[in-house]
Every structure is written in structure tokens, then in C-alpha cells.
Design a binder for this molecule. Structure first.
Ligand code: NCD
Length: 337
């Protein structure tokens, strides 16, 4: 795909070579993401960070990534604070906001809404999550994390064995991740969810067509026993029409250290797109996993910055200009330990 000057709306746009390109740009940006160096490659550019649904990691890391490339960020953080609340159409909002921005990231509760918005936009739009449909930047940072974690054990994405746990029906992060994993060979998936929260059939079909081997089960212990990665997700209660329905699934699939020790191979990595539901009746990932070196959830969240920096650099065509304005940071980074 041609990144430069194009929207990123679905992970279906990506081929393996695009992922390789993105990851190599991300690797080059690592010293900037980790605040060893500064670049002004996007000086003067404006990101419109339009979030019409709650977000912590995605919004802040997209914004921080743009800032780290030297650009400025303007934000909407709830639908109620924009003119959509006054009946304005997405197309009109897109026409207007794209006049104020060089690139737009958008999250919206309706499936397909970001695509609709992009059709009327005069600048590239990145999908920050559209309802339960897709979350392409999350899939890219997840894949980057999986590759990095696996490489520690001399494993690669080809041949990956992964367990996806939780709400596979409404979880957009899982949907995009399944699609991107289907680009790799010999992938096997253990899809662990209550029966009513299984992956949509369109995604199951895509997995079958691309040769991914999968089993569907409700049994956590069995499903996590022979995998490289366990990817846990939250019950997406905001997508249920009745809140009580979501409550029925809370706590059914919760992982703790003793379940891990009894069932997992010693190097199995634990991931979660976050937020994890830490209410006592849910406890998706028990805090007793904190001491487990294979708990990668915060490394995964950190990777959101470098991957989103790479996305901006490629879409705005500055990936070869990063070094031009580069210098070392002049402040103290982090805590004295
Ligand atoms: C996910 C999302 O918003 O889809 N969060 C995220 O972006 N890291 C997952 C979730 O909300 O459960």
C-alpha cells in the first residue's frame, strides 16, 4: 500500500511488506519514542484528534506521538462537546475539521463511521476505533509487541500459537488482530469465549480462507495450555443493549498466577489491549501476575507510541526526514533509581 497521503481505516489495507515497512520505521523511531532524541520532522503540522468515545491509551498515545515528531495536537474528547450534538452530519464535520488539520485520528461508537467521515475529509484519516468493527493501530502495536516478545525466545510470527480470550464478538482490537495475523503462515488460534461472545462469522471465514488453524472453546485452562501468547480482553459492556446481559459474562474467564503456572508453557506471554476490568467480580488479569516477567501489558501499551509515530511519519511522508532536525534531549528523563 502507499502510506503517503492515504487513510488508514482497516487492517485489510495491509500486506506483509507494509507491516515490515512500518516496523522498520518504528525501529528507527525508537530513540525518539524513548526520549533519547528529539526531532522536528512534523513542525507546523496539526493533528485533529477526534474522540467521540472514551479513550485513554489510544488518544494520549496518538497525541504524544504527534508531539514527539514536532507537531501540534487539537482535540475533541466527547461527542457532546462538538456540533455533532447539534445535529451536524459526520460529512460536514469532516469537511470543516479537515480544513483545520493535516491529519485526523477519529474514534466513534458507530461501525463504519470513520470510513464515512474519511470520504468527506480533505486530509488523511486514521481509524482510532469504530464501534465493534476495527481498531487497526491497536492491531499493529499488538503485532509489533508479539514480534518483539517472541524474538526473545527465537520465535517468529510465522508459526505463532495464540489464545484470544474474552469478548471476541464485540472486541474490535481482537477483530483487527485476527485479520492481521491471517497474513502469517502456520498460525494457530485458540478462541476462548462464552458461546454467545464468539468471533463474528465474517472473521472466522477470513481465518479459514487464509489457512489459520483455530479452535473455539469456553475452557480457559485447556485453551491456554500450548500457546506462545495469551491475549485477554474485556467484556465490551458498552456494546450490549442490556447492561445485565454483559454482567452475566463478567469474571467467567479470569487469569491468575496459579492458573498460569498449572497450564501454561514457561515462556507464554500475557497481553491485553487494556483497560482490563479490575473490579473484584471480573478480575480479568489478577494482580498476582505483576511479578510474572511474561506479563507484557505495559510494554504493549508503551509500544503504542512508537507504532503511532511510524504511522504518522509514513502517512505524512517524513519517514526519511527524521534525522534532519535530530538532537539529544536536554532534560532529565525518568526517575533516579
Ligand atoms: C480497546 C478499545 O478501545 O477497543 N482499548 C484500547 O484502545 N486500548 C479495548 C477495550 O476498550 O476493551
Amino acid at each position: 500500500m502507499d502510506f503517503s497521503g492515504n487513510h488508514i481505516l482497516t487492517i485489510d489495507q495491509f500486506e506483509r511488506s507494509d507491516i515490515d515497512k512500518l516496523f522498520s520505521v518504528a525501529d528507527n523511531l525508537e530513540p525518539y519514542a524513548s526520549k533519547q532524541k528529539i526531532t522536528r520532522a512534523l513542525e507546523g503540522a496539526i493533528l485533529g484528534n477526534m474522540f467521540f468515545e472514551p479513550s485513554t491509551r489510544t488518544r494520549i498515545s496518538f497525541g504524544a506521538s504527534f508531539n514527539l515528531l514536532g507537531g501540534n495536537v487539537r482535540e475533541i474528547t466527547e461527542a457532546g462537546s462538538s456540533s455533532l450534538a447539534k445535529g451536524e452530519s459526520l460529512a460536514d464535520t469532516a469537511q470543516v475539521l479537515s480544513g483545520y488539520s493535516d491529519i485526523i485520528v477519529m474514534r466513534h461508537p458507530e461501525e463504519g463511521s470513520v470510513q464515512k467521515f474519511a470520504e468527506a475529509s480533505r486530509v488523511p484519516v486514521i481509524n482510532g476505533g469504530d464501534g465493534s468493527n476495527e481498531h487497526p493501530s491497536q492491531a499493529l502495536l499488538d503485532l509489533y509487541t508479539i514480534e518483539k516478545e517472541l524474538s526473545q525466545n527465537n520465535k517468529s510470527l510465522d508459526g505463532l500459537r495464540i489464545a484470544l480470550v474474552g469478548d471476541l464478538k464485540y472486541g474490535r482490537a481482537v477483530h483487527s488482530l485476527c485479520k492481521v495475523l491471517s497474513l502469517y503462515s502456520n498460525v494457530s488460534m485458540s478462541l476462548i469465549s462464552p458461546e454467545e461472545l464468539r468471533l463474528p462469522s465474517s472473521i472466522l471465514n477470513q481465518l479459514s480462507e487464509s489457512g489459520v488453524n483455530f479452535v473455539q472453546t469456553e475452557n480457559l485452562e485447556k485453551g491456554i495450555s500450548e500457546v506462545d501468547i495469551i491475549y485477554v480482553t474485556r467484556v465490551q459492556e458498552e456494546r450490549f443493549t442490556q447492561k445485565e446481559d454483559a454482567n452475566r459474562y463478567r469474571g467467567l474467564l479470569s487469569l491468575n498466577q496459579s492458573i498460569y503456572t498449572a497450564n501454561c508453557e514457561p515462556n507464554t506471554v500475557i497481553m491485553h489491549p487494556l483497560p482490563r476490568d479490575s473490579r473484584s467480580d471480573a478480575n480479568e488479569l489478577n494482580t498476582d501476575l505483576y511479578g510474572n516477567p511474561n506479563l507484557a501489558i505495559f510494554r504493549q501499551a508503551d509500544n503504542g507510541v512508537v507504532i503511532r509515530m511510524a504511522m504518522f511519519a509514513l502517512v505524512l511522508g517524513v519517514e526519511d526526514q527524521i534525522e534532519d532536525s535530530s538532537r539529544l534531549v536536554n532534560w532529565k528523563v525518568g526517575l533516579d533509581t
